[in-house]
Design a binder for this molecule. Sequence first.
Ligand code: TMP
Length: 211
Amino acid sequence: MAFIVFEGLDGSGKSTLINRLSHILKERKIEHDLTREPGGTELGDKLRDLIIAKGPHAPRPRAELLMYEASRAQLVETWIKPKLEQGRWVISDRFAASSIAFQAAGRSIDEADVNWLNQFATFGLQPDLYILLDISVEESKRRRQKRQDTFGVEEDRIEAEKDDFHARVRDGFLKQAKANPQQWFILSAQLPTEQMLEHVLQKLKDRQWLK
Ligand code: TMP
């Protein structure tokens, strides 16, 4: 059983890599479930829509943080903990580290407050492994633009923030990863998906979660 979280700037390729990993785990008959934050529960999905929508009623930074934490609390208690207790693997697209990167580093909310709220929302549950897909702000922007031009997917409220916000978020992730190399694995998101997958599989083997 392992609780693995993928983090990174928007456009870093988390969902593609998670889907590839899930495919491999299925082939190896490893029971696992995928989720994402914000969201993953009925309440969380409603909060997600409210958080990322652009418009005049957008939450202010502290309200935004509390909404992410509410989504997280619901997900941990009703979904992640029960799955882990059943011995299943849980793979999440984002978790508590996103609030440190986006709300503490990005929005300049006191990191100690965000840490406390993370602790409260998660009952102290920590991922066994965080995988950071690291890309530059320029590349993240280029990919978001491409997604908009190709698929007509508009940027959400957080994605539409200025470059300096995204630069602080990236630094916020790197700082957490470098401070705790036991829990974090930094991977260049410039690599082709299959190469990133190889690195991830190797990491899981190093941890003896996979043969
Ligand atoms: P997603 O696009 O990766 O699904 O996440 C939605 C947005 O929410 C994304 O721009 C990152 C942001 N976010 C935060 O600002 N704080 C958080 O705690 C989480 C989980 C996500």
